[in-house]
Design a protein around this ligand. Structure first.
Ligand code: PEP
Ligand code: CO
Length: 448
């Protein structure tokens, strides 16, 4: 393995996949210097809190719920859109907390999820080829040469959109909106009449009763702020290393480096090479880290990766997000668990049941089937239980909106419905009802 002295720019001497060759270098350098001077988006102390919550989840005392868009869009950075994503995550968390009887750590794929790794650098439509869309941090979704040209100004725009998103998230979560006495108001109109909407209402009524009782016995927002405030954390894939480096700062309390673009950063399945730049960069920052593991992994590489990223075997540092697909999870997960256990490595096991279950529908839309998602989640729980390890988290691409991107679920979305409201710029997301349905199903798995 290549050795180096870590610095926030030492990744530059390693091979970095999925980076952007900006057309105007003077301009991109100027933008990156500007980013380096802007305030951090999150604080080191918050990253440490998330790390301790993940440590609890590793011991079975909490469950990590991570979710949001596959790719955030600048255009959707509105109060309403952010509120809807927050609401669905809060609803799912409430369901899992009360029906599943577990503390739920709320972690958005939000406020920075603007860069996407691509399998192919080229997209072809009707015989015409253009560079692929690589997320709003790089270029734009419209299929024109102008829109697909990388523009470094988008790095700065990503920073400001992330800041605006975080600002309103902090206001919503600390200003009473996320308080448990608002549980009813998180239920959306289009969800209300559905079976899931009704089950949710029932649960919300029970919470109301409990809160009333608490008030009677003197538990108030003043003496128990944890009931009225929520800690909501942010995460994204650390893909464009120039951006991540520019937001990396030394914490004055501990003298340690943190990537202050989000609380948790993850490395994707395409960029987790042991000798690659992404692993080098993240090995030196002290945030909690995730990495995605797909069916092409080699067990030895994963062991060495965990050791490189967590040499002290700290609690809460590493979350392994497995995404094998419903047909492959049984072949891959048990062996990986056994190897990690044999080495005594401390990790949190989380399941991404989305990325191994994507396929092209007959209608030509990229989709996922609710049953496949559910099947991978169920196997994830059952395999961990039979190996004696803890199924500690789940990772979803979801939106609170009434989109039609994933097939199935209680409302029985079929292939011919996908066109009705297919709004994602990248991967298909669960809609509000499908997300709630899944939260109820996970609750029963948590209690099993
Ligand atoms: C993603 O999370 O959107 C993604 C690209 O995942 P993976 O790296 O697992 O393919
Ligand atoms: Co995705």
């Amino acid at each position: 393995m290549k050795k180096s002295v870590w610095g926030k720019d030492s990744w530059k001497t390693f091979t970095a996949k999925q980076q952007v060759d900006w057309p105007d270098k003077d301009y991109s350098n100027k933008i990156i210097s500007r980013l380096t001077t802007l305030p951090p988006l999150v604080f080191a102390g918050e990253c440490r809190s998330l790390k301790s919550e993940i440590a609890l989840a590793q011991q079975g005392k909490a469950f990590l719920l991570q979710g949001g868009d596959c790719a955030e869009e600048f255009q959707k950075c509105t109060a309403i859109s952010i509120r809807e994503t927050l609401k669905i995550i809060l609803q799912m968390a409430v369901i899992m907390t009360y029906a599943g009887e577990k503390h739920v750590i709320k972690l958005g794929r939000i406020a920075g999820q603007y860069a996407k790794p691509r399998s192919s650098p080229i997209e072809k439509i009707n015989g015409r080829e253009l560079p692929s869309y690589r997320g709003d941090m790089v270029n734009s979704i419209e299929f024109t040469p102008e829109a697909r040209k990388p523009d470094a100004g988008r790095l700065l725009e990503s920073y400001f959109h992330s800041a605006a998103t975080l600002n309103i998230l902090r206001a919503f979560t600390k200003g009473g909106y996320a308080s448990l006495d608002k549980v009813h108001s998180w239920n959306q109109e289009f969800v209300l009449p559905s079976k899931e909407g009704k089950s949710y209402e029932k649960l919300a009524e029970e919470i109301d009763k409990a809160l009333k009782l608490m008030k009677i016995i003197g538990i108030t927002p003043k003496n128990a702020p944890q009931v009225w405030e929520v800690m909501f954390y942010t995460s994204h894939e650390a893909l464009l290393l120039e951006y991540e480096e520019a937001l990396t700062r030394k914490d004055s309390l501990t003298d340690q480096w943190y990537d202050c673009s989000a609380h948790l950063l993850w490395i994707g399945d395409r960029t987790r090479d042991l000798d690659g730049a992404h692993v080098e960069f993240l090995s030196g920052v002290h945030n909690p880290l995730g990495f995605k593991i797909g069916p092409s992994h080699k067990i030895d590489d994963i062991i060495r990766l965990v050791e490189k990223l967590n040499p002290e075997n700290d609690w809460g540092r590493i979350t392994l997000i497995t995404r094998f697909g419903k047909d492959k999870i049984k072949d891959h997960l048990p062996g990986l668990i056994q190897a990690i256990e044999k080495e005594g490595l401390r990790v949190l096991w989380s399941c991404d049941p989305m990325h191994g279950n994507t396929y092209l529908a007959k209608s030509n839309y990229k989709t996922r089937n609710f049953q496949d998602i559910l099947s991978e989640i169920k196997d994830f729980f059952h395999i961990h239980r039979s190996e004696g390890t803890i199924p500690g988290g789940a990772h979803f691409e979801l939106t609170g909106d009434n989109v039609t991107e994933c097939i199935g679920g209680a409302e029985k979305i079929e292939d011919h419905h996908l066109k009705n409201n297919y709004a994602t710029t990248c991967d298909p997301r669960l809609n509000g009802k499908q997300s709630l349905e899944l939260a109820f199903l996970i609750s029963s798995l948590l209690k099993e």
